[in-house]
Design a protein around this ligand. Structure first.
Ligand code: BMA
Length: 303
């Protein structure tokens, strides 16, 4: 199965009228709330010489009723603060848990090679965010909570290079039982490193997981897997082929070439809407019907 692009052009592109989002808009966290799709997207400013500039990321907020046409706020809703975010706040993944929105994001210090950590912020309304600081004090990114407890535990997906890891907690702050969930596959599109895309999506068949994979040529693609509904440490299905790879001109070239990268998806009209960025510069959306996913997964796992 593959994602079907809803439009050939980006649905959100850099806006020259707003300096803070004039160079790039990408890697958006996604959450659905009161009949709308919200994107908490990463944005960078263009330098005065037209170049990429220092590439420090802030987060802006956009919302839509149909999942394709978005209105944006004129100003960012979350900006870097302090030494640990000196190089920006990146790649949020959002879930709604117990009536609060939680975003795990990359706090990028940029003071040395591996100066990035997973940090947590929460919000009652997506507009006002409260910082909870660093969640795992180690070089790590691509993290998300599950949108509900499973078996009496909260669950966290994260990435210790090059694999995807899972951990659990009773209180959302102390995380234990860290273990590898999915490994890279040699001689494949996901051979160099992998990390999650958005939070897992609950379906009857289990937890759907969209993830990104990088190959030896640094091409970023998206893949799909399924985790057991009652035991998310069990991978029940992982498609061999990617579901999306860079093909359109704005996916092949931008600030970082040959990249499709996602931090979230929505479910609209019984289909998964996967929001992804092309070449770290603009945002598009691809869909896949849940019934097709269900049929293909059932066939593969014999359910
Ligand atoms: C990853 C992350 C993403 C980025 C991707 C491609 O390591 O930093 O934010 O989109 O690289 O450049």
């Amino acid at each position: 199965m593959e994602l079907w692009r809803l439009t050939e052009d980006p649905i959100i592109a850099p806006d020259p009228a707003h300096p803070w989002e004039s160079a790039a808009v990408f890697n958006a966290g996604v959450v659905q709330h009161e009949g709308r799709v919200y994107l908490l997207y990463r944005a960078c400013e263009r330098a005065s010489d037209g170049s990429q500039g220092p590439y420090i990321s802030r987060l802006g907020l956009a919302q839509s009723r149909d999942g394709v046409h978005f209105n944006r706020l004129p100003d960012p809703v979350f900006e870097p603060q302090g030494e640990w975010e000196q190089r920006g706040v990146e790649d949020p993944r959002i879930v709604a848990l117990n009536g609060t929105f939680y975003a795990l994001y990359t706090a990028f210090g940029g003071r040395h090679d591996q100066d990035y950590r997973i940090a947590l912020a929460s919000s009652p309304d997506l507009y006002h965010w409260h910082r909870h600081g660093v969640l795992l004090d180690e070089p790590n990114k691509d993290a998300s909570f599950f949108p509900r407890q499973v078996g009496g535990w909260y669950w966290l997906l994260h990435r210790r290079e090059p694999h995807i890891w899972i951990a659990r907690s009773q209180d959302l702050s102390h995380w234990t039982d860290h273990r590898v969930l999915m490994e890279t596959r040699s001689a494949s599109w996901d051979s160099k490193k992998i990390g999650i895309a958005g939070p897992p999506v609950e379906t009857e068949a289990g937890w759907l997981l969209i993830y990104h994979g990088v190959d030896s040529q640094m091409v970023y693609r998206l893949g799909i897997a399924l985790l057991d509904r009652d035991d998310p440490t069990r991978v029940r299905f992982r498609q061999l082929a990617p579901i999306l790879e860079p093909r359109l001109s704005w996916e092949l070239s931008g600030w970082v070439p040959n990249v499709v990268f996602s931090c979230g998806q929505a479910v609209l009209d019984e289909a998964l809407y996967v929001y992804y960025a092309g070449a770290d510069r603009a945002i598009g959306v691809g869909t896949l019907s849940l019934s097709q996913i269900q049929a293909e997964v059932s066939l593969a796992i014999g359910a």
